[in-house]
Design a protein around this ligand. Structure first.
Ligand code: PLP
Length: 406
């Protein structure tokens, strides 16, 4: 069991006030807060050993390179990648998906091919595929979902054929909380020779990730949803697939030799890491991974799920005009809802006035909102540092809002 009060003390922002009230931060699916070890690591790098990586023949460059590559080692263990070379640093999930769409996609998708996503994808797992599909004359097809927010597996099976080159699905939905059956999806997609990309933006910090056991071809995520800095993330890929893929961006670091007669490319992972990387944030991300490892992902998830169950029960029993959007059996700690006759934006503003931060709107999932005939929802998403008392405050504030509008 986690001592939540002790854990909270590692996050300076949690003792601040917003609009005259102690901050209640329930916008963790957008980005979560950072423990001090992470922000300290940024200053330590800039004040103590700021230098470029992989190049300099001096002590600072050695230290920066060591710390930078240590993050890659930690990620390898975190997701059980066979090799560190299969871990490619990116700016985040969006860049990871764009990288795969522009390299694997451009090399392998041809006219008449199909790309399968699901109805619940974030725009970042729709638009890059639409762009490549348009260029190649391919189509993007969404897997339908039930009213509860679960993928209709039989429909997915019917969509599979040798035309499908890639299935790109979200592991856990940012808008509904649904945890998708990705093992089964991967197995079925492989039967028709399709590759599978898993969008792990909402899963990496909450669910066990073993890329070898999953047998996914690609896995992408963002550090800022894992207590780490923004502008940092990674792509995992199977070694043979990554080796066969053309590079993404061209420039320094990703080359072996350059002449005006032609250029040869570097080996993995550097082939996909052109230019000076985001060194400070990469180094600091190691501290976020260590933070998760220290408390244990299972313990973190257990607390978050307890909060979700508590909040779901209270919302259902105490606010009858609320309707939960996303009632899958298997969920991460995301509670999306609408309240009859009150606009989600007004609810968000009024909660904010009491220091309670939630997300409102379409959550970058407009096709999903269209599926439910909604403009948007109110989304409360819980993290390990949240408390049951904070949920009580949130429900009391909602009750007051309903009364005011009633
Ligand atoms: C499921 C999902 N996929 C992709 C993204 C995009 O992540 P980023 O903006 O960090 O690239 C997000 C961010 O909210 C997300 O929740």
């Amino acid at each position: 069991m986690i001592d939540v009060e002790q854990l909270r003390s590692e996050f300076p922002i949690l003792s601040t006030e917003v609009n005259g009230h102690p901050l209640v931060y329930f916008d963790n699916a957008a980005t979560n807060q950072k423990p001090k070890v992470v922000t300290d690591a940024l200053t330590e790098y800039y004040d103590g050993y700021n230098s470029n990586v992989h190049r300099g023949a001096h002590a600072l460059a050695d230290k920066a390179t060591q710390e930078f590559e240590r993050t890659r080692e930690l990620i390898k263990d975190f997701i059980n990648s066979p090799k560190t070379e299969q871990v490619i640093f990116t700016k985040g999930t969006t860049e990871g998906i764009n990288l795969v769409a522009n390299t694997f996609g451009r090399a392998n998708i041809t006219e008449g091919d199909e790309i399968i996503v699901s109805t619940m994808e974030h725009h970042s797992n729709i638009v890059p595929w639409q762009m490549i599909a348009q260029e190649k004359g391919a189509v993007v097809r969404p897997i339908p979902i039930t009213d509860e927010g679960e993928i209709i597996f039989e429909e997915f099976e019917k969509m599979l054929s040798d035309k499908v080159k890639i299935v790109s699905v979200v592991h856990a939905s940012n808008a509904l909380g649904t945890i998708n059956p990705i093992e089964k999806i991967i197995e079925k997609a492989h039967e028709v020779g399709a590759k599978v990309l898993v969008d792990g933006a909402q899963s990496a910090a909450h669910l066990p990730i073993d890329v070898q056991q999953l047998n996914c071809d690609f896995f992408v995520t963002s550090a800022h949803k894992m207590f780490g800095p923004t502008g940092m993330g990674f792509l995992y890929g199977k070694e043979d697939i990554l080796n066969d893929m053309p590079p993404f961006l061209g420039g320094g670091e990703m080359i072996k030799e350059v002449s005006f007669d032609g250029t040869t490319f570097n080996t993995l992972p550097y082939k996909f890491e052109a230019g000076t990387p985001n060194i400070a944030d990469t180094v600091a991300f190691a501290k976020a991974l260590e933070f998760i490892n220290k408390y244990g992902k299972e313990n973190i998830a257990a607390h978050e799920i307890a909060l979700l169950e508590y909040a779901t029960e209270k919302l259902t029993s105490e606010i009858p005009s609320a309707k939960i959007i996303g009632q899958a059996k298997n969920k991460v700690s995301v509670l999306s809802f609408v309240i009859e006759n009150i606009h989600n934006y007004d609810i968000g503003m009024m909660l904010d006035a009491r220091g309670i931060a939630v997300r409102t709107g379409h959550h970058c999932t407009q096709p999903l909102m269209a599926r439910y005939n909604l403009e948007g929802t109110v989304r409360a998403s819980f993290s390990v540092y949240n408390t049951f008392e904070e949920v009580d405050k949130f429900i009391e504030a909602l009750k007051r809002i309903v009364k005011m509008f009633g």
